[in-house]
Design a protein around this ligand. Structure first.
Ligand SMILES: [Zn+2]
Length: 291
C-alpha cells in the first residue's frame, strides 16, 4: 500500500506536471471506483473544464484542487496513479510511454482524467480497491474532523507533546498505534517496521508500557524514516510505481521490512517476524528486545 513517502513522491511530481492544466474529459473504465458522488454525470459535470490549481497530500490521500472542487484519490492496497497518454486499442488502453507500457504492474487502468495538453492521469489498480471522492474546496478543510484523522508527521502540529499525549495510555501494541490514522497520518506496514527498528523498540510492546526515552526515539524515527523514504522516491517491492511508471529506490535502504531470516544491518542478529492484529511485523531479535 502506498504510504506517506510514496504519496508525497507522487504529489511532488504531479505539482510539476499537471498544475495549471484543464480537465477536458473523464473516462470511467471501472465505474465503482467513484464513491462520492455515486452519479458519474454529476461528478463529470462538476469538474469538466476546471483548471488544476494545486495538488496536496492528506495522509495517504491525494487531493487535486480543480476549480472550486477537490478530487480525493485513495490508492488503498495496490493502486497507483500514472501520468501519460493512452491510446485505446480494442478493450485495452496502451500507453505511449515505453516504461509504463513495458511493466505489467502499470496495465490495470481503472480511471482516466484527460487534460487539455492531451495527456492523462490514470488510476491503475489490479485489485480495484482504490477510491475517488469529490469534495468542495470549502468542505475539504473539515475532512480531517469528519474522518477523525490524526496529525501529519510533517505538520507543525505534530509535536512531541501531541504524540506523547495520544499514545501514553494506549493499551495497544506500538505497531498498531503507528498504523492508526487517527493518531499519526500516512504510516503503513513498511515504514512502521522501519521506524521501530530505527527506534530499537519491539513491535508488540504496548504503547502505555513504553519509557519516555523510547517514545522520544520513536517520535524522532518517524520523521527520519519517512524523510528517507521520500528522498529515495518510495518503495520498490510491491505494485506501487511513481507517476512515470518507475519503481522507487527505498529497497536498498530498508532495514527490516521483508528481511526476515536475514541479518540485522546494525548488529548482525536474525530478523524475525511476528503477527500483530493480523499484520506481519519484522524486527531484530537483539536490537528490539521486549523488556
Ligand atoms: Zn539488530
Amino acid at each position: 500500500m502506498p504510504e506517506l513517502p510514496e504519496v508525497e513522491t507522487q504529489v511532488r511530481d504531479l505539482k510539476k506536471e499537471i498544475k495549471g492544466l484543464t480537465i477536458k474529459d473523464i473516462i470511467p473504465i471501472y465505474k465503482k471506483v467513484l464513491k462520492k458522488p455515486k452519479n458519474f454525470k454529476l461528478f463529470k459535470n462538476s469538474i469538466l473544464n476546471k483548471k488544476v490549481l494545486d495538488i496536496e497530500r492528506l495522509g495517504k490521500n491525494i487531493l487535486i484542487h480543480a476549480g472550486d472542487k477537490v478530487i480525493l484519490i485513495h490508492q488503498k492496497i495496490a493502486g497507483h496513479i500514472l501520468y501519460s497518454k493512452w491510446i485505446k486499442k480494442g478493450n485495452n488502453y496502451i500507453s505511449e510511454d515505453k516504461i509504463i507500457k513495458k511493466d505489467p504492474k502499470n496495465r490495470f487502468l481503472i480511471y482516466l482524467f484527460v487534460f487539455n495538453n492531451g495527456k492523462m492521469l490514470g488510476l491503475c489498480d489490479p485489485r480495484k480497491f482504490s477510491k475517488i471522492e469529490l469534495w468542495s474546496r470549502k468542505d475539504i478543510k473539515k475532512i480531517k474532523e469528519i474522518k477523525k484523522l490524526g496529525e501529519d508527521p510533517f505538520s507543525k502540529n505534530f509535536t512531541f507533546n501531541y504524540f506523547y499525549g495520544k499514545i501514553k495510555n494506549k493499551n495497544k501494541s506500538i505497531k498498531s498505534v503507528l498504523l492508526d490514522q487517527s493518531i499519526v497520518l500516512g504510516i503503513g506496514n513498511i515504514y512502521s517496521d522501519e521506524i521501530l527498528w530505527q527506534a530499537k523498540v519491539h513491535p508488540t510492546k504496548k504503547a502505555k508500557e513504553l519509557s519516555l526515552n523510547e517514545i522520544k526515539e520513536i517520535f524522532k524515527a518517524i520523521k527520519q524514516v519517512l524523510r528517507e523514504g521520500i528522498k529515495k522516491r518510495g518503495e520498490s517491492f510491491s505494485d506501487w510505481r511513481d507517476i512515470f511508471g518507475k519503481k522507487g529506490n527505498y529497497d536498498k535502504y530498508k532495514k527490516v521490512f521483508k528481511r526476515e531470516g536475514l541479518s540485522c544491518k546494525r548488529c548482525k542478529s536474525a530478523i524475525l517476524k511476528t503477527k500483530i492484529s493480523g499484520r506481519t511485523s519484522r524486527f531484530c531479535s537483539n536490537c528490539q528486545k521486549y523488556d
